[in-house]
Write a protein that binds this ligand. Structure first.
Ligand SMILES: Cc1cc2nc3c(=O)[nH]c(=O)nc-3n(C[C@H](O)[C@H](O)[C@H](O)COP(=O)(O)OP(=O)(O)OC[C@H]3O[C@@H](n4cnc5c(N)ncnc54)[C@H](O)[C@@H]3O)c2cc1C
Length: 402
């Protein structure tokens, strides 16, 4: 594997740097810096999405014909690395990363024309309605029922852990359209065109860090046109699995891990060690930081190998499960170090410190205000997008043939 950037890729990196220099204002960087969960402040993220859309860069993974960049895997990696290095907001991206590729593959020409440009521009913001109480890992057991009535489906049931349902304006959902045969054979994939559809209620679930990211969504005779179904009726499982490939393997992990490592390093440089000197110079802490850095570098090698395979048209297969496990566990190890480095000062509950524009003094130093929220929110990273136990099962089957 050749890790040196080609002259074209170097020129691309410089172009991205120039663009970020010119367009990423301090208010947007503040939103990036104050990210205490998976996504940055929604309004700031959407503003950044629209700036990228004007440049033609809001859909880095999409082909040009659908409004994407048509970038190579290496260019996408460079873009992601450059954005995280300068604190660009983390965009709420379920449209770009998940439902968009599904519509490209399974949608009708009408569906493509209706939804794809609106996802690229930022006008359509989708949330993901897969999980239900009792149907998470065992997703095929889902019960939310859709019954045909004329040209509509009438939906009843509930979805849970729906990230961003309170800020999204559309939803993609798995619903049960048949109770015959295997559970997988009675599922359809439908789109809800408005979160204000009568009968649809969104109730917040607050995280331990006090953030509102996830929700429970209730459907009480919610109508959606049959024309909003993606793929054939009862073939939703195939569509759902295709989408999960993008959920697990779509984004590079290491750019974010490198940025988080820099954050923890900064905390360690500022905080005092037991005894004398700075924590960064404490041999025990420095060793653990170095171990985590090595884990990130090892993961980056895997990620670059996957990129290299993708550019040759090969399928990464179960490596995406390996990356999910190592990526989420390394993230949690970094969070742990960040909290440990701040010690008592990680503890105060000051969610207002992460409000954009907040400039009053805080107990936790400004370089540490996201440490505890990230520690708490990222506990979920080994659960969502297919829990790590499920990823281990995949590796056991696909790689170890157990
Ligand atoms: C912060 C957060 C955001 C989320 N966002 C969304 C979203 O936007 N949309 C959405 O649809 N869902 C979302 N989810 C839901 C997520 O996909 C599920 O939580 C996940 O699939 C696990 O399902 P569960 O919670 O029902 O746990 P369960 O499936 O009940 O699992 C409980 C435990 O048992 C283990 N387990 C289960 N089955 C097996 C098995 N076969 N072998 C070994 N161990 C097993 C699991 O690994 C886990 O440790 C989100 C979850 C979180 C925490």
């Amino acid at each position: 594997m050749d890790l040196t950037l080609s002259p074209e890729d170097e020129a691309f990196r410089d172009e991205v740097r120039r663009f970020l220099d010119e367009t990423l204002g301090e208010d947007l960087r503040e939103a990036g810096r104050k990210t205490g969960g998976v996504f940055s402040d929604f309004a700031a993220g959407l503003r950044w999405h629209k700036i990228l859309a004007r440049r033609g860069w809001s859909a880095p993974t999409w082909p040009k014909e659908y409004g994407g960049t048509g970038w190579s895997a290496t260019q996408r990696y460079i873009f992601s690395r450059e954005c995280t290095a300068v604190d660009a907001p983390r965009i709420f991206s379920m449209g770009i990363r998940m439902v968009g590729p599904v519509i490209m593959k399974f949608g009708t020409p009408e569906q493509k024309a209706k939804y794809l440009p609106a996802i690229v521009s930022g006008e359509s913001v989708f949330c993901q309605g897969y999980s239900e109480p009792g149907s998470g890992s065992d997703l095929a057991s889902l019960k939310t029922r859709a019954v045909r009535d004329g040209d509509d489906y009438v939906i009843n049931g509930t979805k849970i852990w729906t990230t961003g349902a309170h800020v999204a304006n559309r939803m993609f959902c798995l619903v049960r359209t048949s109770t015959e045969g295997k559970p997988q054979d009675g599922i359809s994939f439908v789109l809800i065109d408005s979160m204000d559809t009568p009968g649809l209620t969104v109730k917040p679930i607050l995280t331990l860090a006090g953030d509102h990211e996830v929700n429970q969504v209730f459907f009480d005779n919610v109508r959606t046109p049959v024309a909003n179904r993606i793929g054939p009726e009862n073939a939703g499982w195939t569509v759902a699995k295709y989408l999960l490939e993008f959920e697990r393997g779509g984004d590079a992990y290491t750019p974010n891990l490198h940025a988080r490592l820099d954050d923890v390093r900064r905390i360690a440089r500022e905080e005092a060690a037991d005894g004398a000197g700075r924590l960064a110079d404490d041999p025990g802490f420095a060793r653990r930081l170095a171990e985590t850095e090595l884990a990130i570098e090892a993961l980056e090698m895997i990620e670059l190998r996957v990129l290299s395979d993708l550019s040759k048209g090969l399928n990464p297969g179960a490596v995406s499960s390996q990356m999910k496990i190592r990526g989420s566990e390394t993230l949690q190890a970094l969070d742990h170090l960040g909290v440990e480095a701040l010690a008592w000062y990680a503890g105060p509950f000051e969610p207002e410190a992460r409000d954009l524009g907040h400039n009053e003094p805080t107990v936790t130093p400004d370089y540490g205000i996201t440490a505890m929220p990230l520690y708490l929110n990222n506990r979920a990273s080994t659960i969502y997008a297919g829990s790590n136990e499920i990823q281990r099962n995949i590796i056991a089957k696909a790689v170890l043939r157990l």
